[in-house]
Design a protein around this ligand. Structure first.
Ligand SMILES: C[S@@+](CC[C@H](N)C(=O)[O-])C[C@H]1O[C@@H](n2cnc3c(N)ncnc32)[C@H](O)[C@@H]1O
Length: 261
């Protein structure tokens, strides 16, 4: 694609946070503040399409998930829905699916939801939760066969550092899948932007009772690199076969890459 990759640090900057550390702290506080209502808001504001996106992304990685002893990490797992979708696709031999997030409140909800679900005993992969920062993962090099992240990667304070960290913990030939929002074009894009920038922040603020996070959401999507640029950054971080598949007119999309051997 020959797209030039901008070399300056690019990442989330909630409310103009001046550096990486304060950006990360602001993101963590923001998600912690909306954790109690996060699922309800997700489903209402996306008209439940989020469920289809998680399932479709998980299905993409069937070949890895059905492998005996596959090691899977879902980064920025929040309340766990992407991890649950991965487990549904995983073979019984999958060793373990780990969800990692730096918001304790989000992880507590993920664990509570996991306890409510009753997977076929002994016939489905085990789930585990770990409190960790995506930019400093507590795992050795080459540990995982698959790393996913749904609607979380966009919130990292440094996207290149995030991609390098994902590449580090992946085994050579391992895959990464980053599901996140995009900006649809054309007439659909125009209508969607009205919804995303006006209706969604208003409804989100009303239901969550917290001002801020739902204004940050459209702003963070606007700042996120366009697909060509993101693919360039993935290649630079050591991923080959980098690709982007738009979902629902490009409202969301899945970035995929294979860690170079
Ligand atoms: C929009 S939520 C997505 C949650 C879930 N993956 C989903 O699809 O619903 C983003 C999550 O990313 C987490 N997050 C953001 N930056 C992070 C970081 N640097 N390290 C770990 N988790 C992070 C937040 O705490 C939050 O739970």
């Amino acid at each position: 694609m020959g797209h030039e990759v901008n070399q300056r640090i690019v990442g989330a900057t909630p409310a103009g946070a001046p550096d990486r550390e304060s950006a990360a702290a602001a993101v963590r506080e923001m998600f912690t503040s909306i954790a109690p209502r996060y699922d309800l808001l997700n489903h209402v504001l996306s008209f439940n399409i989020d469920r289809l996106w998680w399932r479709r992304s998980a299905r993409t990685f069937d070949a890895i998930l059905k492998r005996p002893a596959a090691r899977v990490l879902d980064l920025c797992c929040g309340t766990g829905d992407m991890a649950f979708a991965l487990r549904r696709r995983a073979g019984s031999e999958a060793w373990q699916i780990l969800g990692a997030d730096f918001s304790h409140a989000m992880l507590l909800r993920a664990a509570a939801k996991a306890a409510e679900k009753t997977p076929d005993k002994g016939r489905s992969a085990r789930l585990g939760w770990i409190e960790a920062d995506a930019l400093r993962l507590p795992f050795p090099d080459g540990h995982f066969d698959l790393v996913t992240s749904a609607f979380g990667f966009r919130n990292l304070a440094d996207y290149d550092a995030g991609l390098r960290e994902i590449a580090r913990v992946l085994a050579p030939g391992g895959e990464c899948g980053i599901l996140d929002f995009g900006e649809p074009r054309g007439l659909i894009g125009q209508c969607y932007r009205v919804y995303f920038k006006k209706v969604l922040p208003a409804v989100g603020t009303m239901i969550s009772g917290v001002r801020g996070p739902y204004a940050y959401l459209p702003a963070s999507v606007e700042r996120f690199p366009a697909p060509d640029e993101m693919l360039g950054r993935m290649r630079q971080a050591g991923f080959r076969e980098a690709s982007w598949t738009p979902y629902t007119f490009g409202i969301a999309g899945l970035y995929r890459g294979v860690k170079s051997v």
